[in-house]
Design a protein around this ligand. Structure first.
Ligand SMILES: Nc1ncnc2c1ncn2[C@@H]1O[C@H](COP(=O)(O)OP(=O)(O)OP(=O)(O)O)[C@@H](O)[C@H]1O
Ligand SMILES: [Mg+2]
Length: 278
């Protein structure tokens, strides 16, 4: 795999590097923290792998990474070692229990929670080396609209905003969508509403958010912003149980309502996003 890594970019050049979205990369982000991004990323990866896709999850929540905890994986070599030049990219990729690959941030990444030219450079180099090897790369990002989060999202061709039905989460999801539209000129943003209480709640929320956007966010004529509702994931006690046992929900209780919703989400993503970019 080393032969596919592009040559390192000089660190004085990054400001001029184009932020071209790379194909097959899906960012999983949110306005508010703790809404389920890491849980969704890990389990969606397992569901996509079950469909026969080669999947990699990258722990792009550099400052507060916790994908390792959810997957119960503590590899010796992590993204931190790749960033600091102590290890090769391929040595930091590990196999997760759900049949997908994962690149964990590891501790010591706090210094990368600020977007410096070096962080941008490293990130771009790593993405360039990874993407050709997978059908889909999921970026488990941090919450909010800090420049590191927005940079990670800018590397993705598709973005999924995870929100819960709580008013605070919805306000923050709206703020995130507004920034993605304004700064990244995104026209399509995919929504997953997690921890819903009733069937149909998520779709109603997406429709409501769309109405607020249409009313308050100006767009260029002929360039409407579209929120695409990708699915609801119900609040399910099995999620917490799986996390407490450090297991993937898709493996611990594949038949529970939240796991079934994630399988549906994987199918919908494969149909609407992944196959098209292959
Ligand atoms: N569908 C669900 N049903 C029940 N509990 C859930 C569900 N989804 C997530 N949770 C709970 O929410 C917690 C937080 O999830 P997770 O760590 O994935 O959020 P996050 O968005 O990645 O957080 P952060 O912003 O800190 O990265 C989980 O540990 C779990 O207990
Ligand atoms: Mg997380």
């Amino acid at each position: 795999m080393a032969d596919v890594l592009p040559p390192p970019t000089p660190s004085e050049a990054p400001a001029s590097l184009p932020l071209k979205p790379i194909g097959k990369v899906i960012a999983i982000t949110s306005g508010k923290g703790g809404v389920g991004k890491t849980f969704v990323s890990a389990n969606l990866a397992a569901a996509l792998a079950k469909l026969g896709l080669r999947v990699l999850v990258l722990d792009a929540d550099l400052g507060l990474a916790n994908l390792d905890v959810v997957l119960n994986l503590y590899p010796k070599t992590t993204l931190h070692d790749v960033f600091t030049g102590k290890a090769k990219l391929e040595d930091a990729i590990v196999r997760a229990p759900g049949g997908f690959s994962v690149l964990l941030a590891g501790s010591g990444m706090v210094e990368y929670s600020r977007l410096t030219p070096e962080v941008r450079d490293d990130f771009l180099r790593i993405m360039g080396g990874l993407v050709p090897h997978y059908d889909v790369v999921l970026l488990d990002t941090g919450a909010g609209i800090s420049d590191v989060v927005l940079f990670a999202v800018s590397l993705a061709s598709e973005v999924i905003v995870v929100a819960t039905p709580e008013p605070t989460s919805l306000t923050d999801a709206y703020a995130t969508v507004k920034v993605l539209v304004g700064q990244q000129k995104r026209q399509t943003i995919r929504m997953v509403i997690n921890q819903t209480a009733r069937l149909g709640d998520g779709r109603a929320i997406t429709v409501q958010l769309q109405q607020v956007l249409d009313r308050f966010v100006p767009t260029a004529p002929g360039h409407p912003i579209k929120l695409v509702h990708m699915g609801d994931i119900p609040a399910d006690p099995a999620v917490r149980q799986a996390i407490m046992r450090r297991q993937l929900l898709m493996q611990a209780t594949p038949g529970c309502p939240a796991a079934m919703a994630i399988s549906q989400l994987a199918l919908k993503l494969e149909e609407s996003v992944i196959t098209r970019s292959r």
